[in-house]
Write a protein that binds this ligand. Structure first.
Ligand code: KDO
Length: 334
């Protein structure tokens, strides 16, 4: 049996298709991905999520970000995701270590060597048990690894008053570190007296003298204008720091396979974009920071590396590391 498809029928089919598309788009608006970060809107990781991730998922999901801890306070984001109150965060290994101590291996001083090493580790099968545990027990899926940068000791007093060349030079220095145990341990392992404080309180604390210093990568020093309230940076490079794009497992499971693939690709693209941009900033900001009156110099890196690593040997953190993982991480290095 054959039948002629006339113009009227074609117009009807086209209208139906348009209606379906509009309906799908309308349904798409029902899916909203919320991201909470203590970072600023201009931080490269925030920019990567807004300018790369969001457009790639926009055909089926809206994107809404809360910056500067405005949506959820720093350190509470993973719990919010787990409770179904948030879709995404730019999580740290230190925050995950609060739930799963073994994550402290990725937050240990002088372990990750550079951005590429971070990617090799995150994509290596050694990560599978870590990722599975976070999904099964916290309801969070770690999509990609983001590069935050090399953390250095940044103090509010000049080098002439006190050279920070070895860990002994940090004795008695009140160094602000983020609030979790792994961060506090690292600050003390550097030789300082670590003080817990939320990221968005750091500038004021440096300005008032409530703390003597902080530790963040050069791009953060510029992004948060820490150079306005500090006088020196000792390039300790004590942690090549990373974050994970953390995503709600429940939301993930509600997506179609095609949508899941798009979300994964969008996260990988955003992480890659942010990594390149952050590396470029990191390699080109020292002179600008110096122009703002901040001394930048290289300390005795061997002294810092040996001292910090010695503090982890026999520590509660090292005791939580699965056998053989540190060796695998080191083998993936340069
Ligand atoms: C910070 O509080 O110093 C820190 O750099 C810690 C990181 O893990 C991460 O939370 C970061 O803040 C925020 O993303 C803001 O840059």
């Amino acid at each position: 049996m054959s039948f002629k498809i006339n113009r009227r029928v074609l117009m009807g089919v086209a209208a139906l298709g348009l209606t379906t598309t509009m309906a799908t788009s309308a349904i798409a608006a029902d899916i909203k991905f919320t991201l909470a970060t203590s970072g600023t809107e201009t931080d490269m990781r925030s920019v990567a999520m807004a300018e790369v991730f969001a457009p790639m998922v926009s055909s089926f999901a809206d994107y809404q970000a809360g910056y500067n801890g405005s949506m959820f306070a720093q350190g509470t984001e993973l719990d919010a995701i787990s409770r179904g109150n948030l879709t995404m965060s730019i999580a740290s290994a230190q925050e995950l270590a609060q739930f799963f101590p073994e994550f402290s291996i990725f937050a240990t001083g002088y372990v990750h060597q550079d951005a590429a090493h971070q990617v090799r580790v995150f994509n290596n099968p050694l990560m599978d048990p870590f990722k599975k545990k976070v999904e099964d027990e916290l309801g969070v899926k770690l999509l990609s690894v983001m590069y935050l940068g090399r953390r250095h000791v940044n103090l509010r007093f000049t080098r002439d008053e006190k050279n920070i060349m070895t860990p002994a030079d940090l004795a008695g220095v009140n160094l602000r570190m983020p609030g979790t145990d792994a961060w506090q341990f690292l600050g003390n392992a550097l030789g300082a007296a670590a003080t817990p404080m939320a990221f968005n309180e750091v500038y004021g604390a440096l300005a008032s003298g409530a703390v003597d210093g902080q530790d963040n990568p050069l791009p953060t020093v510029v992004d948060k204008k820490f150079y306005e309230v500090t006088k020196q940076i000792s390039l300790t490079s004590h942690l090549v720091d990373l974050n994970y794009i953390a995503f709600s497992k429940d939301t993930w499971d509600s997506l179609t396979p095609e949508q899941q693939m798009t979300v994964q690709r969008a996260a990988d693209a955003a992480a890659a974009y942010g990594r390149l941009k952050q590396l470029d900033k990191e390699n080109n900001l020292a002179d600008y920071i110096r122009s703002q009156g901040v001394e930048i110099y290289t300390p005795d890196l061997n002294a810092f590396r040996e001292h910090v690593q010695s503090q982890y040997v026999g520590s509660e953190f090292a005791a939580s590391w699965p056998a053989g993982v540190l060796e695998k991480i080191n083998a993936l290095g340069n």
